[in-house]
Ligand binder design. Structure first.
Ligand code: NDP
Length: 500
C-alpha cells in the first residue's frame, strides 16, 4: 500500500493508507499527524465499538460513572497538554482554552452522575381502558453512536455528545474535524489510558468523506455538530438506513437590549459574546437589537469596548482558512447594502486574524444579517420598541441561542423568542448549565445535548404494559361478551358526560 501525506486543510484521499498533517493556524507549522481512516477502517472501528458496548452497557450507570470520573481526572491531570493543543491547533488564546476545558469537564461530571436517573424505568398511568395493568417505559442505550464534531470548540462541543452517550451505556466512534484532529485523538487516548478495559471510545480521521463513511458504517445513531449545509448531507446519508440523527447546527444569535437594561453590563457581555473565540461560537452574539431609547448609549459603550480589543491578543486566530472569505463577504455585503462600520471594517481582516468589526444600520435583508458569519463581526441595529426587536430577532432562519438585557421584562422577552436557548442578562450562560438541554430550532437543528433530554437522546425506549389483575371485563379478545361490550359503551359515553 502506498503512504502519502495530506496536509490540513486540503482534502485527503480516503481509501488508502494516508496521513493528515495538522498545522497551527497562526503559523502554518506542522504539529503532528493522524492516520486517515479508510471506509474499511471506519467500519471496523464501529464493529469493535459494538463489541465493547455490550460489556459497557452491562456495567450499569454507577460503575460507568467510576470509569468516566477516572477519564475526567486524567484530562484534568494532563490539562497542560490539552490547553497547549487548543492554543496550537485551534488557535485559541489561553483564557478561551481554559474556559472550554472547564466547561467540558463540568459536563462530563454531570453526565456521569445523572445517567442512572435518565435510564431509570418510568412508570406511566395505565388509565381506565387498561385497569389492572402496570405501564412502564424502559430505556436502553442505542449501541454505537457516531459523533461528528466541528473545530470551533473541539473539546466542549463533542463532549456534549460523547460524555452523554458513554454515560448512558453506548460506545462512541468520534470523527473530529480535520482541523482539530490532534485534539480529538488526544481525548480518545486519554480515555484509553484511564479506562483501558473498555475500548468504547474510538476515533476515525479524515475530511468530510470520513464523516460520510461513519454515517454509512452501521452506527445506531449519529450526533452531528456543524454547519447547516453539511447537516443536510449527513441527514441524507442517515435517511438511507433510517439512522436517527441529532443535529446541532449553526446560529445567528441576537441580543435584545430593553429600555431598563444595565447598559455597561450589557455592552460588556455583548462584546464578549460576539468576539470570544474570534466569533467562532455557534451561540455567539452576531446581531443586537437595542430599543430606540437606549440605542445610542449602548452603541457608544460597545464601540468603546470593542475598539480596544485586538485579534491575536484578546482572542485567537480564525481556525479554518476558508472562513476568512465568509467573514470578508459578509462585511462587504453589509457595507454594500447600506450599513456603516463604526469599529474596524474590511481592513480588519488580516488572515489568519480578524480584528473586531462593529456594523450599524445594516438592512435586515442583507446576507450579513441573515447568514452565520462565524467571525468577530457584530451588527448593532436600532429597534423601534421591544416588539420590533423580538420580531426581528425571530425573523432569521436560525434559532439557536439568544440573549436579553433588561430588568422588568427580561424573562417575558425570553419567552417570546423562538430560539432553543436564551440567557437573560448574560450571554451563552445556558451552555454552562449541564442540567439544561442545549440545542436549536429552525435551521439550527433539532434534538438536544446536555441535561436529562441530552442523556435520553442517546437512549432508545420500550413501552411495556403488564397485566397485574385478571379483571372480569376483557373487551380486547374475540371471546368478549355483551358485558365487555357494555363496558366499552360506558367508557365511550363517559366522553359525552364528563366535561373536563
Ligand atoms: P462543518 O459542517 O464544515 O463540519 C462539521 C463536521 O462534519 C466536521 O467534522 C466535518 O469534517 C464533517 N463533515 C463534512 N462533510 C461531511 C459529510 N458529507 N458527511 C459527514 N461529515 C461531514 O462545520 P465546521 O466544522 O466548519 O463547524 C462550524 C459549524 O458548526 C458552524 O456552523 C457552527 O455554528 C456549528 N456549530 C454548532 C454547534 C451547536 O451546538 N449547535 C456547536 C459548535 C459549532 P471536516 O472538518 O474534516 O471537513
Amino acid at each position: 500500500m502506498t503512504t502519502h501525506t495530506a496536509e490540513c486543510p486540503s482534502s485527503p484521499e480516503i481509501g488508502e493508507s494516508a496521513e493528515l498533517v495538522c498545522r497551527n493556524p497562526r503559523t502554518g507549522k506542522s504539529l503532528g499527524s493522524v492516520p486517515i481512516s479508510s471506509s474499511e477502517e471506519t467500519r471496523s472501528a464501529v464493529a469493535g465499538a459494538r463489541e465493547a458496548a455490550i460489556t459497557w452497557a452491562a456495567l450499569g450507570a454507577r460503575e460507568r460513572r467510576r470509569h468516566l470520573d477516572r477519564w475526567r481526572r486524567t484530562i484534568a491531570d494532563h490539562r497542560g497538554e490539552l490547553l497547549g493543543l487548543l492554543s496550537d491547533e485551534a488557535g485559541k488564546v489561553p483564557a478561551d482554552a481554559l474556559l472550554e476545558v472547564n466547561l467540558a469537564l463540568h459536563h462530563l461530571e454531570w453526565a456521569a452522575a445523572n445517567a442512572g436517573r435518565a435510564l431509570a424505568p418510568q412508570r406511566a398511568h395505565s388509565g381506565l381502558m387498561m385497569l389492572g395493568h402496570s405501564s412502564t417505559l424502559v430505556r436502553r442505550p442505542y449501541g454505537v453512536v457516531g459523533v461528528i464534531g466541528p473545530w470551533n470548540y473541539p473539546v466542549y462541543t463533542p463532549m456534549g455528545s460523547i460524555a452523554y452517550a458513554l454515560a448512558t451505556g453506548n460506545a462512541v466512534v468520534f470523527k473530529p474535524s480535520e482541523y482539530t484532529a490532534l485534539i480529538g485523538q488526544w481525548l480518545v487516548d486519554a480515555f484509553a489510558d484511564a479506562v483501558p478495559d473498555h475500548p468504547v471510545l474510538a476515533a476515525v480521521h479524515g475530511d468530510g468523506a470520513t464523516g460520510a463513511a461513519l454515517v454509512e458504517a452501521g452506527v445506531d445513531k449519529v450526533a452531528f455538530t456543524g454547519s447547516a449545509a453539511t447537516g443536510r448531507r449527513v441527514m441524507a446519508g442517515c435517511a438511507q438506513s433510517l439512522t436517527p440523527v441529532l443535529m446541532e447546527l449553526g446560529g445567528k444569535d441576537a441580543a435584545i437590549v430593553d429600555t431598563d437594561a444595565d447598559l455597561d453590563d450589557a455592552a460588556d457581555a455583548i462584546v464578549w459574546g460576539a468576539l470570544m473565540n474570534a466569533g467562532q461560537t455557534c451561540a455567539g452574539v452576531e446581531r443586537v437589537y437595542a430599543v430606540d431609547e437606549v440605542y445610542d448609549s449602548l452603541l457608544e459603550r460597545i464601540t468603546q469596548r470593542a475598539g480596544q480589543l485586538r485579534a491575536g491578543v484578546d482572542y485567537g486566530a480564525i481556525a479554518m482558512p476558508t472562513q476568512i472569505d465568509v467573514i470578508s463577504r459578509h462585511v462587504d455585503a453589509a457595507l454594500a447594502d447600506g450599513g456603516r462600520a463604526v469599529v474596524g471594517g474590511r481592513e480588519s481582516v488580516r488572515a489568519p486574524f480578524v480584528d473586531p468589526v462593529v456594523l450599524v444600520d445594516v438592512p435586515e435583508a442583507s446576507t450579513a444579517v441573515r447568514e452565520e458569519t462565524f467571525g468577530p463581526v457584530l451588527i448593532v441595529n436600532r429597534a423601534d420598541d421591544v416588539h420590533d426587536a423580538i420580531s426581528r430577532a425571530n425573523a432569521a432562519p436560525y434559532a439557536l441561542g439568544a440573549a436579553v438585557f433588561g430588568r422588568r421584562r427580561g424573562r417575558w422577552i425570553a419567552e417570546q423568542l423562538r430560539s432553543g436557548m436564551v440567557s437573560v442578562n448574560g450571554v451563552v450562560d445556558f451552555g454552562a448549565v449541564p442540567a439544561l438541554p442545549f440545542g436549536g430550532n429552525g435551521a439550527s437543528g433539532f434534538g438536544r445535548i446536555h441535561g436529562m433530554p441530552g442523556l435520553q437522546e442517546f437512549t432508545t425506549c420500550t413501552s411495556i404494559t403488564e397485566r397485574r389483575l385478571r379483571l372480569p371485563i376483557r373487551p380486547q379478545r374475540f371471546s368478549r361478551s355483551p358485558v365487555d361490550l357494555g363496558a366499552l359503551i360506558l367508557l365511550l359515553n363517559r366522553h359525552r358526560w364528563v366535561r373536563r
